[in-house]
Write a protein that binds this ligand. Sequence first.
Ligand code: ZN
Length: 149
Amino acid sequence: MDCYTCDQNRQIDTLPVRELVAADEHWRVAHALDSALPGWLVLVPRRHVTAIAALSDAEAASLGTWQVRLSRALHAVTGCAKTYVIQLAEKEGFAHVHFHVVPRMPDLPDDRRGPRVFGYLNAAEGDRLDQARQDDIAAALRAQLDPAG
Ligand SMILES: [Zn+2]
């Protein structure tokens, strides 16, 4: 099975901060790898699941808490006006359930609001956030999520 998310989950002990903003026994949080928008997060289950209906009750129990905690951290770190939470998992090789948690900035252009925010994903090499900047914002979000740690 060729699954990018499972490949990352298997290496959880050695992942860079952009791939491990936070985690618990059921979920891992990563920065999107090819987004032009700083702070675009994905929340992924720790096991291979391709439909929301296949999540366990235990996975479901913490899902809402993660979505809200990540949203709060994005407000604090990016100054976003709200967050978008979207789950599709339709792209080839990315069928593993992943909830996009996207900071909707106050100045986001009208033509990029709502589903059109996906225009910032799959960004070309020169347009996407490079890994150093992904690590920077991931570290800021990690600190915000876990001030004591
Ligand atoms: Zn997977």
